[in-house]
Design a protein around this ligand. Structure first.
Ligand code: GLU
Ligand code: ZN
Length: 491
């Protein structure tokens, strides 16, 4: 049932390029919000000035827009809880940290790294839990003053309750964590800067997030956040604890977790190769969810209609590039032919295409596009399929040449040329009959007879339907290419 009160958030840190795992998280939040008619909040967790970058911030916004993952509150659109960049919310965190300290929910910890390390190692050696041991939990005013006098700095730690924490994960069911496994944790650095552990739940509370859907790697922070939430509720800062759902890991090659640094993980790679947003969305939504047992291909509208977090599977999902490409290919077939032609143009006119922009011929492209639409998996495949139309002479592919120019190719090409001269160039059937008849004269079936013609004209042994290609290329250019091939054969 739809629940318009749903408020979810996508809250990346602007570091590096957007990657597949991050986009999957954004997508599941978005689909859940849209399915429910709820609110999608986009928040930027940029509290780490050393790692955050404006370039990464811009890429995040651009990627979300490209995919069509719209947000109702967040950067550039604003909203009732603005600002949505944590770097602009520092006063809020200071204020909440002060309330937590004053209320006894958090305390200064003067331990040095060396002291913490030594005690941790000793605990490990004794087979005891090795988290923070609570040494500074109940320092008296005199002890604090003595530490200060020593010139020690302090961080601020949140005081975890000494009881088990149980919650029902929307994906993984009931989870219970014992207190010795979640010890008091830092919320402010020694320089007073707030940490993720504080700012993330504080903002979720203030932004009234109802459902936290995020990657499994963050599961261990949930008991801490629940405890912090309880404190925030007692302090009147939060209203209620959100529900949590942890999305399964995405596995890459060799069944290893897909890492941010894996080139296969970068969203830009898919975009540059010519995935359609709807193809990528279809594929990424299958990483932990399924539309139905017998249907892999669906539209964004169908996704929204059907998506429910309760149907997400806890098992790791496997990223399968071949499947992603096959799904994208299906979405390319679903475009109407005008949309397909328009979608390919950036690749055909891109600086990397090996013909000049003025050689691009839109009429020829629009004529051939319907024949190409069934042949490409990603839009960047288009250039190799239609380059013969725009190049002054076809690509030189020696392997194709060697394969097609066997037997007596010159004799065949000469006969075919003569028959093509008198064919009807407005009818691909007539062009086919010309090559068929030439083949017959040389004892060759159509397949064998058309191979040298195809390589002479397009440069390659495989490609789009040949006779439609010849018609679109035109008589003059086709014959000139056959002449050039004949000259090469006799050289
Ligand atoms: N900024 C955090 C990250 O990028 C967000 C984690 C969360 O969703 O709570 O991992
Ligand atoms: Zn301490």
């Amino acid at each position: 049932m739809a629940n318009p009160n749903v408020r979810v958030r996508f809250c990346p840190s602007p570091t590096g390029n957007p990657h597949v795992g991050l986009v999957r998280t954004a997508l599941f939040n978005w689909a859940f919000a849209r399915h429910n008619g709820g609110t999608m909040v986009f928040r930027i967790e940029d509290t780490d000035a050393a790692r955050d970058s404006e370039e990464s911030y811009n890429q995040l916004l651009d990627s979300m827009r490209w995919l069509g993952l719209t947000w109702d509150e967040g950067p550039e659109v604003g909203g009732p809880h603005a600002p949505y960049r944590q770097s602009q919310r520092m006063d809020i965190y200071k204020d909440v940290a002060t309330k937590l300290i004053d209320g006894g929910y958090a305390y200064p910890c003067y331990c040095t790294t060396e002291e913490l390390d030594a005690r941790r190692d000793a605990a490990r050696a004794a087979g005891k839990p090795s988290g923070y041991d609570g040494a500074c939990r109940d320092l008296s005013a005199e002890q604090k003053a003595a530490y200060e006098a020593e010139g020690r700095s302090h961080i601020v730690r949140f005081r975890m309750p000494d009881e088990a924490i149980t919650f029902t994960d929307l994906v993984r069911g009931e989870i219970t964590v014992q207190p010795e496994n979640v010890t008091d944790y830092g919320i402010l650095r020694a320089n007073g800067a707030p940490l993720y552990t504080l700012v993330n739940p504080v903002d979720d509370a203030l932004m009234e997030i109802t459902h936290v859907l995020r990657g499994e790697d963050l599961l261990s922070s949930t008991p801490r956040q629940i405890a912090l939430y309880k404190a925030l509720i007692e302090l009147g800062v939060a209203k209620s604890i959100p529900e949590f759902g942890h999305l399964p890991y995405v596995m890459g090659e060799g069944n290893k977790k897909l890492s941010k640094r894996d080139p296969q993980a970068s969203l830009n790679v898919y975009r540059e190769r010519g995935f359609l947003p709807e193809g990528l969305i279809n594929y990424l939504s299958l990483l932990g969810w399924s539309f139905s047992a017998d249907q892999d291909i669906f539209t964004v509208a169908q996704l929204i209609e059907k998506f429910d977090i309760a149907d997400v599977n806890a098992n790791p999902a496997r990223f399968d590039l071949k499947k992603a490409e096959a799904i994208n290919a299906d979405h390319i077939r679903l475009l109407d032919s005008k949309a397909f032609a328009a979608a390919c143009e950036p690749w055909l006119q891109a600086p990397h295409a090996n013909w000049a922009p003025e050689d691009f011929d839109r009429a020829a492209w629009e004529a051939i596009a319907p024949h190409a639409q069934t042949r490409v998996q990603v839009l960047s495949d288009i250039t190799a399929n239609v380059d013969f139309l725009f190049l002054k002479s076809p690509v030189e592919d020696e392997a194709s040449w060697a394969k097609a120019m066997k037997g007596e190719p010159a004799a065949l090409l000469t006969t075919a040329r003569a028959k093509l001269v008198s064919a009807d160039w407005s009818d691909p059937e007539s062009l086919k009959n010309a090559v068929l008849a030439a083949g017959e004269e040389h004892g060759l079936k159509l397949g064998k007879a058309q191979a040298p013609v195809r390589v002479a004209v397009t440069g390659r042994t495989v490609g789009l339907p040949l006779f439609e290609s010849l018609e679109i290329l035109g008589q003059e250019r086709t014959l000139a290419r056959i002449d050039a091939a004949l000259a090469k054969l006799s050289a």
